[in-house]
Design a protein around this ligand. Structure first.
Ligand code: GLC
Length: 747
């Protein structure tokens, strides 16, 4: 045998052994699951499908129930949510170990953007377009959560959202299917790490399945009505990406989809998820959503609701008690076969084995580990970097920013300057026994940054809401003493999030009136806008010389904002969601169709799809964000202009940093299919690269275009690429297209 072949053979042998090992492991888990299932009574099986909220925090309408301990001892509960901390989880697990079969509990928690160390809200993080950074924050969140007894996070939320009236836009990755899919994949990989069972891995839970973000009117929990084609093309891909990343669980959504509540939707949970996509994990309902099918008018009572949900593929019942109260009767009445129960229970037991909980139910209850893991210096560093990368520079007239560290006097004004917990945004975790001292306020961040030569002045100016202008005068006086004013305004953190829909998305209260007064002093004003959603702030946008959209940046907010204000980090983020000029434009998103009478400007309103009273253009487009430096795009090259289905085109473009600051640029590749059997969007994001260039540096980057990037779901829901002409656009945003070219897909 030729010597040089030996390593290849060895490698192949190792691969075969490794695969055999994994298969053997899986087989042995499957055998163990079967052996436990055989021992279980029907009531114990149903117990595994029953999840209760713990008594400390609630993230939904609470059902008071003082029999949890007894039910856990009787093996009637499979999981708890909102139980955090090694002590609390250990105590509940000890009760579960008193049950007949000692099946361990699963502890689930909404670790959406950090456990103790709190990262930017997911929508802010999505604006970083930095997949490694996004995966890293999920990894850190999992490390801290698993150190605190948590096995399972109800994240990532991957709902595509194009309506900022919906408060939960803060929780996802914005409006775009391509970016949202990449981020979904990264977040699952971050949460689950190398493999389930590792001590710092938690199960991900992809939610909310499906199309929850398309709620009519932006009203949370509202109906969703769309074609299957739109569902498949726009809303499902992030779920599939998360599944491809190995997501252990899914959570269904509150909404009805085309008249069928997702919780009782067999098409979603069985036909698509478990059959077509071959999902082997389990589906948990959202809080009470099984029982809510009665409100939907889709089930007459709990008995019918349980029948519908378990038949449709909901494996675990979060908090509705319909399964606990009705499944046994449904079996006795021969409405459902035990096999349906067994399938759900096996899926749940499989994950408990994979996590290693049968071997050691207290595996994640190590208090010493908890103390070391939470918010340690490495995690703090990750949080600060993630936050700086999430800040979007919307405007910087006359290069007002970055500020000089030698600025003599700075007035820091506004109701959010000294706020502490606000910076955590919605869906933060209330960690037992932890105070808020670890959160860096915006005021503190500036104090940490400026030297003794700088005087920091403060005035609140006004509240977030209300019409009281009594403190304006003080704020104006403070501003007059300063060389530069920083104004921090926006929403309260609980004005976005679950059940936080708003019909008016202006900056609340009199905050923009305060800006007007401060601008009248003639001092330069930098505005920080804190929010969990795109807000409407046309006065600020048109009159403030510099604006940073700071979202809710988490526990390192103050330091990150200071890093950007003073140029220690050159802002690189770009919007992952369109910002409307007015709420009347909603839904507004970049990948729209052209229509038969396209409006292309705000001048001609003659028989076209324009508004008579509003621009057709957003205030800030998807993909927009500026830098302290500037970038030039040049030399677009394509390896061919005629593409056969089995070939690919290599695209090259040169990016030059033409400014005086080192900086990062998110180069976006958009495609347009000029003619299709289904009308195609004006442009669709199909690739991007975030590159770091020193001042004056040029780099040529490459993209690949292949048939996959040209494909879409046709009327028959087939994933096809149709021959014809395509437009290639390379842009700094979905509107700022720097280079274009064309190519043809041929048969
Ligand atoms: C909430 C949310 C869901 C969350 C669950 C548990 O109602 O819709 O996203 O994971 O209940 O808190």
């Amino acid at each position: 045998m030729c010597r040089k072949k030996q390593p290849a053979v060895l490698l192949l042998l190792l691969l075969v052994i490794a695969f055999a090992n994994v298969t053997a492991q899986q087989k042995s888990i499957a055998q163990k699951v079967d052996s436990v299932l055989k021992l279980m009574t029907l009531e114990e099986k149903i117990g595994q499908m029953n999840q209760y909220n713990d008594d400390h925090t609630a993230t939904g309408p609470v059902t008071l129930d003082n029999k949890k301990q007894e039910q856990i001892k009787n093996g009637q509960v499979g999981s708890l949510l909102n139980t955090v901390g090694t002590e609390r989880t250990r105590s509940w697990q000890q009760i579960a170990m008193q049950s007949r079969l000692k099946i361990p509990l699963l502890f689930g928690q909404d670790v959406i953007h950090g456990y103790k160390t709190t990262f930017p809200i997911p929508l802010a993080e999505a604006c970083s377009w930095d997949l490694n950074a996004i995966q890293l924050t999920a990894r850190v969140a999992a490390t801290e959560a698993s150190a605190s007894g948590i096995h399972w996070t109800f994240a990532p939320m991957v709902d595509i959202a194009r309506d900022p009236r919906w408060g939960r836009v803060m929780e996802g990755a914005g409006e775009d299917t391509y970016l949202g899919s990449k981020i979904a994949y990264a977040r699952v990989k971050g949460f689950q790490g190398n493999k389930l069972g590792d001590i710092n891995a938690v199960m991900a839970c992809v939610k909310h399945f499906a199309a929850y973000g398309a709620a009519i009117g932006g009203r949370d929990y509202n109906s969703v009505d769309m074609s299957d084609r739109m569902l498949w093309e726009t809303y499902l891909p992030p779920f599939k990406a998360a599944l491809d990343a190995g997501a252990a669980t899914f959570m269904n959504s509150f909404n009805d989809l085309n008249g069928v509540p997702a919780t009782g939707n067999k098409y979603l949970q069985r036909d698509i998820l478990k059959d077509k996509w071959n999902f082997k994990g389990f589906v948990v309902s959202d809080w009470g959503s099984i029982g809510e099918m009665i409100n939907h008018g889709n089930a007459k009572n709990e008995y019918e609701a349980a029948l519908s949900a378990v038949t449709a593929g909901s494996d675990m019942d979060m908090e509705s008690r319909c399964y606990k109260n009705s499944l046994a009767q449904l079996v006795k009445d021969k409405k459902i076969p035990v096999a349906l129960i067994d399938d759900a229970v096996k899926r749940i037991l499989q994950k408990k084995f994979e996590l290693g909980l049968f071997n050691d139910p207290y595996k994640f209850c190590n208090t010493a580990r908890e103390q070391v893991a939470l918010n340690n210096p490495e995690h703090v560093k990750v949080a600060r970097e993630a936050a700086t990368k999430s800040i979007v520079l919307l405007k910087n007239q006359n290069n007002l920013l970055p500020l000089s560290k030698n600025t003599k006097t700075i007035a820091f004004i506004g109701p959010l300057v000294k706020a502490v917990k606000q910076n955590k945004g919605f869906w933060d975790v209330e960690v037992p026994g932890v105070d808020s001292n670890f959160i860096v306020s915006q005021w503190e961040g500036l104090q940490n940054k400026v030297g003794t030569s700088t005087t920091l002045l403060y005035a609140k100016g006004c509240d977030i809401e209300g019409n009281n202008k009594d403190d304006f005068a003080e704020a104006v006086e403070v501003a007059k003493q300063a060389d530069v004013v920083i104004l921090s305004i926006g929403e309260r953190r609980d004005m976005s999030g679950e059940a936080k829909s708003r019909s008016n998305i202006n900056i609340p209260g009199v905050q923009e009136d305060l800006l007007k007064e401060l601008l009248a002093t003639g001092k330069p004003v930098v505005v920080l806008i804190n929010a969990g959603r795109p807000l409407v702030f046309n006065y600020t946008a048109d009159n403030a010389p510099a604006i940073l959209y700071t979202w809710w940046l988490g526990s390192e907010a103050g330091n990150a904002i200071a890093d950007v204000l003073f140029g220690d980090y050159n802002p690189s983020a770009k919007l992952a969601i369109t910002f409307p000029r007015s709420v009347g434009q909603i839904p507004i998103y970049y990948s729209h169709f052209n229509t038969g009478r396209p409006a292309t400007n705000d001048e001609n309103r003659n028989y076209n799809s324009s508004y008579n009273d509003e621009s057709i253009f957003p205030k800030y487009e998807f993909g927009y964000g500026v830098s302290y430096t500037s970038f030039q795009y040049s030399n677009l090259q394509m390896s061919k202009k005629k593409l056969k289905a089995n070939e690919q085109i290599e695209v090259a473009v040169t990016i030059t940093n033409t400014g005086k600051y080192d900086g990062e640029e998110i180069v976006q590749l958009y495609l347009r299919d000029k003619v299709g059997s289904i009308v195609r969007p004006m442009k669709e994001l199909k690739d991007f690269q975030k590159i770091n260039l020193k001042a004056g540096e040029s780099r040529t980057i490459k993209f690949i275009i292949n048939k996959e990037k040209l494909s879409f779901f046709n009327q028959q829901l087939q994933w096809v690429a149709e021959p014809g002409d395509f437009e290639l656009m390379i842009g700094a945003s979905s509107k700022d297209i720097r280079l274009k070219d064309f190519f043809e897909l041929i048969n």
